[in-house]
Design a protein around this ligand. Structure first.
Ligand code: ADP
Ligand code: ADP
Length: 225
């Protein structure tokens, strides 16, 4: 079954008040296992809202969310948080790495929190860092790395616990075009190697065109693809 199904999502803020804004108005989307889908939309269209609902950080007002065929919509807070930690990896425009820890430690820590033994976590961490070309920087703290290197480490951290679903919000948005291109290629290799499903929001139409499918968020609905 599909890694991610969003069905008829509706979501508004300040509902019932004069400042009410209806962001999602029946948004539906399916992402198959192993598929990489680009989500293109102007700022303010509701990309972050949709990604947060898909990733179980937020709940819709109505509509359904399924991960691997499993209904997520009715889960309580605790079960939803557990499902998110086990199944979803997030990548943002800014890396949010832990500044006091090395690149490798940043990839190891989420694995330890997930019960993986240290030696195994370190081996997996080095493997991931190697795949995106930053193994030689594994002992450095984030501040000693370039922006592109920091973002590569953030990708490795997001994939550390082998989530089935990767959600990315402008993953190359703060990088210059050349770096953005290289970092994007590294991300695609990681995603392909792990076979996960990915939904990647981007303003960059050239990068979007290199994914398996492009959808747009328009008037609160998902169109295209
Ligand atoms: P995008 O990620 O596409 O820029 P968002 O999902 O962040 O869009 O926001 C969509 C709309 O919802 C915007 O008009 C934004 O101002 C509004 N919005 C987002 N979060 C909130 C919130 N917590 N309270 C009120 N309005 C919000
Ligand atoms: P941990 O397992 O370390 O406690 P969390 O379960 O809090 O981490 O978060 C898991 C993922 O969800 C992380 O990638 C984190 O960046 C993201 N996340 C958690 N809370 C939020 C939030 N309020 N907004 C955006 N992303 C969040």
């Amino acid at each position: 079954s599909d890694a991610l199904v969003l069905e008829g999502l509706e979501k508004g803020y300040n509902r019932g008040k004069p400042s009410e804004v209806l962001v999602l108005r029946g948004a539906s989307l399916q992402v198959a296992a192993g598929e990489v889908v680009a989500l293109v939309a102007p700022s303010g269209a509701g990309k972050s809202t949709l990604l947060h609902i898909a990733g179980l950080l937020d709940t819709p007002d109505s509509g359904r969310v399924l991960h691997g065929g499993r209904e997520m919509t009715g889960l309580g807070d605790k079960a939803r948080t557990e499902a998110r930690r086990a199944e979803v990896g997030f990548i943002y425009q800014f890396h949010h790495l832990l500044p006091e820890f090395s690149a490798l430690e940043n990839v190891v820590i989420p694995q330890l929190a997930n019960g993986v033994p240290k030696a195994e976590a370190e081996a997996r961490g080095m493997d991931l860092l190697g795949r995106v070309g930053v193994a030689a920087r594994s002992g450095h703290r984030p501040a000693a790395l370039s922006g592109g290197e920091q973002q590569r480490v953030a990708f490795c951290r997001a994939l550390a616990n082998a989530p089935k679903l990767l959600l990315a919000d402008e993953p190359t948005g703060n990088l210059d075009p050349g770096t953005s291109e290289q970092v994007f290629a590294a991300l695609m290799e990681l995603v392909r190697a792990t076979g996960m499903a990915a939904l990647i929001a981007t303003h960059n139409l050239e990068l979007a065109a290199r994914m398996d499918r492009v959808v747009r968020l328009d008037q609160g609905r998902v169109v295209g693809g």
